[in-house]
Design a protein around this ligand. Sequence first.
Ligand code: HEM
Length: 373
Amino acid sequence: MSNDTLDLDNIQGDILGGGLPKKTETFYFFEVTKVDRFRSQFSEFVPLVKTAAQVNGHREEIYAHKQQKKPGLVTFAAVNVAFSQSGLSKLGIQGDLKDKAFTAGQLKDAQSLGDPGSTTDGKYTPDWEAGFKKEIHGVFVIAGDCHGSVTKELHQIKHIFGVGTAHQSIHEVTHVRGDDRLGEGHKKEHFGWLDGISNPAIDGFDEAPFPGQDSIKPGFVLAKRDGDIRGQDRPDWAIDGSFLTFRYLFQRVPEFHSFLEENPIILPGLSRKEGSELLGARLVGRWKSGAPIDVTPLHDDKELGADPQRNNLFEFKGSIEANDQSRCPFAAHIRKTYPRADLEGPPKNFNIDKNRIVRRYSVSFALSVRVLY
Ligand code: HEM
């Protein structure tokens, strides 16, 4: 597969690095109602799509703004777009992307994903919000510095696709908005854990990964690039695209904390409160501060948690041979989702690398929207 330098003008901005900068984000899910009209309107829409190169430029602008201690935020809005298999089929786009889960769609996977639901006449229906069980052809991901910027961008997109007029080619199936959390909750998911600490660095893009931020070949994230094992079989038009998974997950915050309080890990020298915190840390694999329990198994270390030079510097090394879960359980969230050195395999942890994902989060007060590319 292609070993060329990455073509940042051909890659959507939310895929690499920190993704689209955002304080707020709206996901606008649509169905295509008029195919020919949509195809011609789409060419008007394409110049709006923010590329990785443009996002890099914008991040530099934000950096300069902060350095110069200018007030407020840099005004910004950006859109990226993704299609489902049924959307591609509806538009007559030929070619098999060679990904069974994508082709079948997430609704088909709901039961095996463990999403609650019910079975009638042998057919499983998850308790998803109604909109997500309808036909969805695509999603516009719109990020910005404030609601005003995002609303304006969405308005422009709707205008291009004639929404609300006789020239309409799409209609909204559903939409979801997520906002950055402010104050105490900033950068934390709703249970209170520091989040967004670990994402893979991409060879050829991330020039200075943090210690322990293991890097992967671009083809594990970008179609048809170096490392994409199915790249040769995918259609040419798929180059530099990625697979986006959207999961809409609600967190029961008080219930989770009551569970921790009621089930402290009892150990000599630990108070009941510390035992509860330890249970939470062993479920996640990190303390709330972000400190990895593989490094500090019994007590939180807030400085370590906040230090990007150290908070990814661990590998669960040695533990698997000894079946050793004393520092971090195999079932801890971060060990299941990225087992680091637990499984060796040529070349360089290939069996792990091929399953790595880039996480993109949008959180808001009552819900947590987690977008996984
Ligand atoms: C509401 C549900 C979820 C919560 C509260 C949650 C919370 C967390 C937290 C606190 C971390 C540690 C912070 C970090 O390393 O950046 C983390 C890491 C991670 N999560 Fe989740 N997560 C959720 C759902 C998911 C899902 C559905 C997936 C994918 C299937 C996932 C994949 C990951 C990955 C890959 C990591 C990084 C592991 C590493 O590189 O060490 N998470 N999550």
